[in-house]
Ligand binder design. Structure first.
Ligand code: PLP
Length: 241
């Protein structure tokens, strides 16, 4: 880890963010919304704290997301998190809920009723309520976790009674696609579920956040209704594992 960032790296990060904001703005307008209706979350997995702090202090990033609890915990002491929201966006094991809850403002990757119940149980002991999104396995992929669309209705009924979580919306990572048309179909389907669920008015469920779109596809996601995009490599460069 370096002590300070080179001017070249700083310039690249701020240029990237500026460009992304312009693209977000035009996609928002194209889909009949205002640029400020779309939130930009910077995905910080594998990114060194110096770069993350630069993006937050100098480029107006207010929202960051980590995938892994371990990385979230070990990194957070090096981050300047005043006024910053942190979301967990990767799979959460039930035995890590207790460590995670105090460190995040939202868990986007709730992929089962069992996990939602555990989050609610832990939050009750801490006397707080956690905002969550339901991760939808929109491509019905065997390799991925997440709610299947056909079980959503029943799951929402089950979660309506959990007192210490608040369901704020949906998120997805669609299958790898060959074309914009193909991926747009998945985003469109997500939007449909989002609107349907909102219309049904389940207790404890507020469809406000539709989290979809990453570096390669965020414009299509916004054009199809996303209001929160999660962008990593287009901001910080390719990840080095
Ligand atoms: C890594 C990751 C992203 C960001 O991916 P990029 O292609 O680098 O923008 C977004 N969402 C989730 C859940 C991720 O794991």
């Amino acid at each position: 880890m370096t002590e300070s960032l080179s001017d070249e790296i700083k310039e690249r990060i701020s240029e990237n963010i500026k460009q992304i904001r312009e693209n977000i703005a035009s996609a928002a307008v194209k889909s009949g919304r205002k640029p400020e209706d779309i939130k930009l979350l910077a995905v910080t997995k594998t990114v060194e704290p110096l770069r993350i702090n630069y993006a937050m202090e100098k480029c107006g990033i207010k929202l960051i997301g980590e995938n892994r609890v371990q990385e979230l915990l070990s990194k957070s002491e090096h981050l300047k998190l005043n006024g910053i929201e942190t979301h967990l966006i990767g799979h959460l094991q039930t035995n890590k809920v207790k460590k995670t809850v105090p460190r995040v403002t939202m868990i986007q990757s709730v992929d089962s009723v069992r996990l939602a119940k555990e989050i609610s149980r832990v939050c009750e002991t801490l006397n707080l309520t956690m905002n969550i999104l339901l991760e939808i396995n929109i491509g019905n992929e065997a390799s991925k976790t997440g709610f299947k669309t056909e079980e959503l209705d029943e799951s929402l009924h089950e979660m309506a009674s959990l007192g210490n979580i608040s369901v704020r919306g949906l998120m997805c990572v669609p299958p790898i696609c060959e074309s914009p048309e193909e991926i747009s179909k998945y985003f469109e389907n997500m939007s449909r579920y989002f609107v349907d669920i909102r219309a049904k008015k389940y207790d404890n469920v507020f469809m406000e956040v539709l989290s979809m779109g990453m570096s390669d596809d965020y414009v299509y996601a916004i054009e199809n209704g996303s209001n929160l995009v999660r962008i990593g490599s287009a901001i910080f460069g390719a990840r080095i594992y």
